[in-house]
Design a binder for this molecule. Structure first.
Ligand SMILES: [Zn+2]
Ligand SMILES: [Zn+2]
Length: 117
């Protein structure tokens, strides 16, 4: 099923939507088998459903032990400035929220923030 609310940032085409992670995973397996596309599912904050995105756009992160956001939740920490910027671009494309990248004061990771830093 094609999404009515979410569009590919590059293609401008409606994204395929899945109602749960399992369905999205089988969609990813299908794409791998038939098109040799390496995709992995992600949960979309905009529509609340699941889409697939290329693995090259995935940005692994872990929770920073030192930094918490305004809501008291530990911040996501990215391994490099490049990956943090990539994540910021993805969030901007999906949610229209422009985030700033800054280096963690306490570790080698990189964080995103909404506020001007
Ligand atoms: Zn969506
Ligand atoms: Zn930190």
């Amino acid at each position: 099923m094609k999404s009515e609310t979410c569009f590919g940032k590059v293609s401008g085409q409606p994204l395929t939507q899945y109602f749960d992670e399992e369905e999205a995973l089988s969609g990813a397996e299908y794409a791998k088998e038939y098109y040799d596309n390496d995709l992995s599912p992600y949960h979309c904050n905009k529509c609340g459903l699941w889409h697939l995105s290329p693995k090259s756009r995935q940005t692994p992160s872990h929770k920073c032990n030192h930094c918490t956001g305004g809501d008291g939740v530990h911040k996501d920490s990215y391994r490099s400035k490049r990956e943090a910027n990539l994540r910021a671009d993805i969030i901007y494309g999906e949610q229209g929220i422009r985030l700033k990248v800054y280096q963690c004061k306490f570790s080698s990771g990189w964080h995103l923030t909404k506020s001007a830093y």
